[in-house]
Ligand binder design. Sequence first.
Ligand code: FES
Length: 111
Amino acid sequence: MRESELPKVTFVSASGETEVVEIETGISLMEGAVSNGVAGIDAECGGNCYCGTCRVYIDAAWHEHIGPPGDYELPVIETTGDSEPLVRLSCQITVSDDLDGLTVRTPASQT
Ligand code: FES
């Protein structure tokens, strides 16, 4: 049997629990997390860049590759009061093959 070639993303909860999921390319990191039952991504607005409850903290090694929040994303993050420097909205990150191995943490405020 051929091993899956989907990108693997590691989610680390605020309490340190780790979950590795395979996510198809072309969908958002949020969609991939929710469809795989990852805890800590609430995504109350369903990916419309409105609620700020799909926040993830990008591993420092990946931050330059992922890039900063976009023009629509930054104000939403600011309304959450989250001051983590490497915060992004996972609904605004599209999964691609080059994200294989990405690690993100989820905030304690998201369950
Ligand atoms: Fe609501 Fe990302 S799912 S802002």
